[in-house]
Ligand binder design. Sequence first.
Ligand SMILES: C[S@@+](CC[C@H](N)C(=O)[O-])C[C@H]1O[C@@H](n2cnc3c(N)ncnc32)[C@H](O)[C@@H]1O
Length: 235
Amino acid sequence: MRSLDAVSLMRRIYSAALYRLHFRVLDPIAYAGEPESVKRTTRLCDVTITSRHRDGGVEYTPTPHLIVRWIRHTLPSDVSNWTFIDIGAGRGRVLASAARSPYRMVLGVEFAHELQQDAEVYLKSLPRRHIRAGDVTVIRADATTFSIPDGPCIFYLFNPFSGEVLRRFLDHVIASHKADPRPMRIVYFNPEHGELLDASDHIRRSPLRLLTRAKFALLSPHQLALYEITEGSCR
Ligand SMILES: C[S@@+](CC[C@H](N)C(=O)[O-])C[C@H]1O[C@@H](n2cnc3c(N)ncnc32)[C@H](O)[C@@H]1O
């Protein structure tokens, strides 16, 4: 028991050090064109949220740039039929990156008014020549009730909410898949409630490539888990 505690303490200290490395050293040199506000962590008590899931939300912190790039390499190589959806899009860093790939659509879902507005301004400021996605939007909505686009969807989650809200979000996604079966993937960074996906009959975990697993284990402050939605019988 004691040695387990020591191992998890060491892991926490290592994660905290990696977190500082990404935010203090790597992010500032990764992409100079980003508005300063995107980098700023924001507590949800400092922004306007009308959703009843406010208390289940996690504060705004952007995904580190290097991680955004690594995650891109875990996605389909031909994304022209896919919609990329950032669930809890914050100030739009991940959306701005996805907009540079030829997705059918890039959609952000963010329930905090000020964050959604900042993301909108940021996306509008992107040079047109950099945008390869068909459509790029960020809506102010709750992740458990927004209208899920048709066609294949990739849902990106950077640990946006509690287990309770995640359960509702998964029910929403599975209902959409039952009504219109189509390829759906979930990319879960910092999968704090991954056990909920692992326990679902409608969700199957996809293995990560060895190199990706090694990079995340050694150099990312958080782990990554990939899933796909299934019909529910083929586990
Ligand atoms: C950890 S931040 C991730 C930001 C962004 N996805 C990124 O990776 O750069 C989590 C975000 O989820 C948003 N959020 C939390 N609960 C939500 C909900 N129920 N519906 C929509 N957005 C939510 C928060 O406001 C916050 O901006």
